[in-house]
Write a protein that binds this ligand. Structure first.
Ligand code: FAD
Length: 455
């Protein structure tokens, strides 16, 4: 690898210091690449991949490094290919309700741009202020609004991408509908940068809802809050977001929360409805509030203005960092279960924490059964216990009919657990797909799929 930097520079590629590209938000550790290239266009992406193939060098695509599964880490060294400089919104078409973007566009930048035109791009991972659309596509990111509007996949009409061979392909279409051939666009969505590097995306936009109302309901405990979720859906309501905070989460976040919690509460639901009529939206919000009261809510507060609404969401968004004040480390699992199993999932997480003597905290997208179940730890002894606890936690999600990852992806962090959820045949089929795209196994090698067992 000694000549790598010189070779890449000789190709006219932009190299930057590796310092800020060694770790992501997964807590998986530091994995220094041998070189970091900031691509400025698709031709440079092609040049990197052609060079890598010729010299058998691994390449790992990088969006903004906000990923939580270690998928963007250069586990095997080689070239880290950053797409952050390819950050242009190329087109927003009101007529077609489509936009065309480069992969390095920050999600929030796109949302602000399209909303100024009365259009809406709903996917909203809580990292929206710094994650990139390329990373969103590669992880098929979700977020609170996925409950009503679906995940990233539901808005991707087509992509331009560079294959590990260096060839440029265009898959999909600009029309909202289209079924020609295998759906390569959707295969690339969620493939975690293991099959191709996305250099452009055509995204579907919808009309921006004109009315949005938000409330927070407080419960004596998280079981009652989870029951509130069931009641809301049981009443035929479909909020655009329904986020749960369990008792420990509320305790840990409370000292710094911009939205102050009442005393003696042990669970909360943030519920948001939207539509085009203020009255209809308020009516739905009131009905959701009634359902929470039926489930045992002690208090239900509807945001009176935009500032109060913002404080509620800021409180939700700061949870991940607030948990670090309890213990220096956390394992944050983003399991998802069928909605009917939510109460049971929360009970099982609590039980696992008690069994291993580890603090736990559950919060997140309860409306679609996707909870961030956190195991907090500090000492080496606690770290040891946390590994066994994770095993139990993921097994619990699978036993309840769910999945080991609802939105963060497999990456490195969950690779060892994929076989818990998927059969050997299904994993082998995915290995064959990977081989068809990347016969030399150079693009983000080792991610998602576990090694074949030794014969
Ligand atoms: C505080 C916080 C809150 C979060 N909340 C959510 C949430 O609500 N929902 C959710 O889904 N996620 C959430 N995440 C996780 C993360 O932000 C998302 O997975 C996001 O999509 C990653 O985007 P990124 O640009 O940072 O990608 P990176 O982390 O840089 O990369 C992620 C993956 O994408 C690949 N990749 C990047 N660009 C390309 C490209 N152009 N072509 C091919 N592959 C590429 C990488 O190789 C890697 O496999 C959260 C993270 C944080 C830190």
């Amino acid at each position: 690898m000694r000549r790598l930097g010189e070779d890449l520079a000789a190709l006219g590629l932009q190299l930057v210091d590796i310092e800020n590209y060694q770790s992501d938000e997964s807590g998986s550790g530091r994995f220094p690449p041998h070189a970091v290239v900031q691509a400025r266009n698709a031709e440079e992406v092609q040049a990197v991949l052609r060079y890598a193939r010729e010299h058998r060098v691994p390449v790992t695509p990088w969006g903004r490094g906000s990923g939580k599964s270690g998928a963007a880490l250069a586990e095997r060294g080689g070239i880290l290919l950053s797409l952050e400089k390819m950050d242009r919104i190329l087109e927003v078409s009101r007529e077609d309700m489509v936009c065309v973007v480069e992969p390095g566009v920050i999600l929030q930048t796109l949302q602000t741009a399209v909303e100024a035109q009365g259009l809406f791009y709903p996917p909203d991972p809580n990292s929206q202020a710094w994650c990139s659309l390329g990373g969103n596509l590669a992880h098929n990111a979700g977020g609170p609004r996925a409950l009503k509007y679906g995940v990233t996949r539901d808005y991707v009409l087509g992509v331009e991408a560079v294959l590990p061979t260096g060839e440029l392909i265009k898959a999909g279409h600009r029309s909202w509908k289209g079924v020609a051939g295998y759906d390569i666009t959707q295969l690339l969505v969620g493939s975690e940068g293991t099959l191709a590097v996305i250099t452009k995306a055509m995204l579907k936009l919808i009309p921006l809802p004109r009315a949005v109302s938000t409330m927070i309901a407080f419960f004596p405990d998280e079981d009652a809050a989870a029951l509130g979720v069931q009641k809301i859906f049981g009443a035929g309501l479909l909020p655009r977001a329904c986020e749960l905070l369990d008792g420990p989460t509320m305790r840990y976040v409370s000292p710094k929360a911009p939205f102050k919690f009442p005393d003696n509460v042990g669970g909360a639901l943030i519920v948001e409805h939207d539509g085009n009529s203020d009255d209809a939206v308020m009516e739905e919000l009131a009905k959701s509030g009634e359902m929470c009261t039926e489930a045992g809510a002690i208090d239900v507060v509807a945001a009176q203005d935009e500032a109060q609404r913002r404080r509620i969401w800021e409180t939700r968004r700061m949870i991940s960092t607030a948990l670090m004040s309890v213990r220096p480390f956390k394992i944050s699992e983003d399991v998802a279960v069928p909605r009917g199993q939510l109460v049971e999932l929360i009970r099982r997480v609590r039980g696992i924490g008690e069994r291993y003597g580890l603090p736990t905290a559950c919060y997140g997208h309860a409306g679609d059964g996707n909870l961030h179940a956190n195991l907090l730890f500090g000492s080496a002894e606690e770290r040891e216990k946390s590994h066994a606890a994770v095993d139990d936690l993921l097994q619990a999600a699978i036993d309840l009919g769910g999945t080991i990852t609802g939105e963060h992806g497999v990456g490195m962090a969950k690779r060892a657990f994929l076989a818990k959820e998927q059969s050997p045949q299904l994993i082998e089929l995915q290995r064959r797909i990977k081989h068809a795209f990347d016969p030399e196994n150079l693009l983000n090698p080792g991610k998602i799929l576990p090694e074949r067992p030794q014969a």
